[in-house]
Design a protein. Structure first.
Length: 322
């Protein structure tokens, strides 16, 4: 059956014609009709040169682009920075509207560049239009930072007004680190950040847990802290992930001016390559008072104690001062 030249054109049959070469029924021989030109179908006649004459397609049901709703990105307001310390602050977003589509993610971005040519860090604080609070972290002391709230939907990302704040200066006149490494699998396991207030040891994965390391991994780090004319308090916080096989591994000790103040080790549990939080012990609870005009050392001694059952293990140490 050829494509009819009068009456109603059926979309399913047009598709059959395009695929089988026959309008209506199953194909037995083809092509039955000449090629179908879209121009002819929409406008009628054979002005496209097909030699065929088709009824004009009813276009009244086609969507009008002018009727299509315009896309609108979310809007929101950036909260002023608060609870500012030497290495962190608090911000967030308020007065949030979703625009033309639901918000899938929202948070805070921060940068040392006012135009956000580089983004230092960001948070992800859920979806929807509820107000949110974010922690701005890993800041360097006595530095200017720019913050802006953001909210993203399928139609784009909206930003709050850019605001700025200054992180606090350290109440000590000097904070520096020296490190040693005993690790044939990674020559740079220590990572120092946040203006020397954060230090981290990354453990390479062991062979039986999918990695390539079969050696003991160890190292030391010594912080030299110089205090000015006023005494200050040192706060020590740390976290770690260690093996859940045996407990005498992923061991760390902290000594302040030669005195043991804290330690930790893996939790153990005969679970092979399973990992979990380390078991922490504070021999003396922080904060620790550092006398005026003094020079102090915080010594960190870490070892995996063997080359087995390590996967994504680490220790991270955060210092702060009051």
């Amino acid at each position: 059956m050829a494509v009819p030249t009068s009456g109603t054109l059926e979309l399913e049959e047009l598709a059959r014609e395009a695929y089988y070469g026959q309008y209506g029924g199953n194909a037995t021989t083809y092509p039955v009709t000449g090629p179908i030109f879209l121009y002819d179908l929409v406008n009628g006649g054979n002005s496209a040169g097909s030699g065929m004459s088709y009824p004009t397609v009813n276009t009244s049901c086609l969507p009008n682009p002018a009727d299509r709703s315009s896309t609108v990105v979310p809007t929101l307001t950036t909260s002023n920075a608060s609870s500012i310390t030497t290495s962190s602050a608090v911000s967030g977003g308020t007065s949030i509207t979703q625009g033309s589509a639901a918000i899938t993610v929202k948070g805070i971005q921060w940068s040392t560049a006012s135009n956000f040519s580089t983004i230092t860090g960001s948070t992800s604080d859920g979806s929807g239009t509820a107000n949110f609070t974010s922690s701005v972290i890993n800041l360097s002391p006595n530095s200017t930072y720019y913050i802006r709230a953001y909210a993203t939907s399928i139609d784009g990302t909206g930003y709050g007004t850019v605001k700025s704040f200054q992180s606090l200066s350290l109440p000590v006149t000097g904070l520096s680190w020296t490190t040693t490494v005993s690790n044939t699998c990674n020559s740079t396991p220590w990572v120092i950040s946040a203006g020397n207030q954060t230090i981290r040891y990354n453990v390479s994965d062991s062979v039986e847990c999918g990695g390539t390391c079969s050696s003991t991994q160890a190292g030391t780090a010594t912080a030299t802290i110089t205090v000015g004319s006023q005494a200050t308090d040192l706060n020590l916080d740390f976290e770690g992930v260690g093996e859940l096989q045996d407990s005498n591994f992923e061991k760390i000790e902290f000594k302040l001016n030669g005195t043991l103040v804290a330690k930790a080790q893996a939790a153990g549990g005969n679970l092979g390559c399973a990992m979990g939080p380390v078991v922490k012990t504070f021999v003396t609870n922080p904060p620790y008072t550092l006398a005026a005009n003094s020079t102090n050392t915080l010594f960190i001694d870490f070892t995996t104690n063997d080359g087995l059952y390590h996967k994504n293990a680490y220790y991270q140490v955060d210092l702060s001062f009051n």
